[in-house]
Write a protein that binds this ligand. Structure first.
Ligand code: TXA
Ligand code: MG
Length: 358
């Protein structure tokens, strides 16, 4: 039985936090909110707890976990060395939606790092997360608290849908703030390299540390190389339906999606459409869900996984999505949408008749 406890972020119940902390110390699993997505917490220094984490998620065990800490001074105890530049980065972005990769030391079991000699570390900003980490002993591994292959959870209900009965406890802190996973920055290479885009953008990092590289597998969809973050190779964030992104000028994309949706519905398919505030009233067929305004990418990020989960419930056959501007967190939004779509992108301007998209 999974215990679900509501937590008021402004008045955190210490009795519940102690209970959750002792579950972690005893090798159990506790899901908790962070500012990005809900995490599935376990003691990061306990190999057996890592095994349970992989089993609960149904996740391949070569896909490493992120170790969450609550105090900067705790970093030195689990990594080989802390490069000077890390203090600079941490001063700007920790606590927050940034994960950094270091060479690990012997304190971190290979079970936690998927067999790698490096370890990913993040200091989350969410107050519930920070208190849980401290109550649990200071080092809490936490992948996103979804079943492997499903969209990441942004509410406690999403976690319960996937993991109820498989974990000891869920701390319900309501909806998360950001909605997409943290930026991952590899500090073991020079210059540091972004392995996964998130709310902390390349531009923000460059302002602090100068040159920043980006894993080429994130830039080129056709790259045959394996991504450097093992998890990025999986078709994560996958909705059950076949998903297609329709790229192009907004009006052109709406016209193209309307045309495709009309034809697909006529052929008997159930069609989902990811629309924006600006376009939602223009669609007349299909299951239309609004993801937020095109000019407010933060809202789009916050709604993204919720909308994908809703389409899973609706059991649509196809999902067509407009493309969103790549500014700010837009890079992360398009990365996740692209992965959900298996990088299936159509150019709106090229769609003139039925055969064009079949
Ligand atoms: O926002 C987040 O980062 C959330 C919250 C819960 O903190 N966590 C999260 O964890 O997204 P997860 O396990 O779903 O994604 C971790 C990603 C995977 O793609 C994994 O391959 C990569 O981080 N990763 C972890 N350790 C790594 C390492 N040592 N080297 C390269 N990639 C690593
Ligand atoms: Mg994940």
């Amino acid at each position: 039985e999974t215990i679900i406890k509501k937590i008021d972020r402004n008045q955190i119940d210490q009795v519940i936090m102690e209970e959750a902390g002792s579950i972690l110390k005893n090798g159990g699993l506790v899901a908790f909110p962070t500012e990005t997505v809900y995490g599935l917490g376990a003691n990061a220094l306990d190999e057996e707890a890592a095994k349970k984490t992989y089993a609960a998620k149904g996740r391949p065990s070569d896909n490493p976990l992120i170790v969450h800490i609550a105090r900067l001074e705790d970093l030195g105890a689990i990594v080989e060395s802390v490069p000077l530049i890390v203090d600079e980065i941490a001063a700007h972005f920790w606590p927050g939606p940034l994960t950094m990769i270091f060479n690990k030391n012997e304190k971190v079991p290979l079970g936690t790092t998927g067999g790698l000699e490096t370890v990913a570390v993040r200091m989350p900003d969410d107050e519930i997360a920070r208190e849980l980490i401290l109550a649990g002993g200071g080092y809490v591994s936490a992948p996103s608290a979804n079943t492997s292959g499903r969209p990441s959870p942004t509410t406690a209900q999403h976690v319960a849908e996937d993991l109820s009965g498989k974990i000891e406890m869920i701390l319900d802190g309501g909806s998360v703030d950001i909605g997409v996973e943290s930026t991952i920055l590899d500090m073991t290479v020079t210059p540091p390299m972004i392995l996964r885009p998130g709310a902390i953008t390349k531009e923000m990092l460059s302002e602090v540390i100068g040159e920043v590289a980006v894993d080429e597998t994130l830039i080129s969809e056709n790259s045959t190389k394996a991504p450097k973050a093992p998890g990025m190779k999986y078709r994560h964030y996958a909705p059950k339906a076949e998903m297609i992104i329709v790229d192009g000028e907004p009006e052109e994309a709406v016209r193209a999606i309307k045309q495709i949706a009309y034809e697909q519905v006529r052929l008997g398919y159930k069609v989902g459409i990811i629309a924006s505030n600006e376009s939602v009233d223009q669609y007349t067929t299909g299951v239309v869900k609004c993801i937020g305004s095109r000019v407010n990418e933060k809202t789009v990020a916050r709604n993204l996984y919720k909308v994908l989960r809703e389409f899973d419930e609706e059991e649509v056959d196809y999902i067509y999505s407009e493309a969103f501007p790549e500014a700010g967190i837009g890079t992360a939004i398009m990365n996740r949408l692209g992965k959900a779509a298996g990088h299936h992108v159509l150019q709106a301007s090229e769609i003139t008749k039925l055969q064009d998209y079949r």
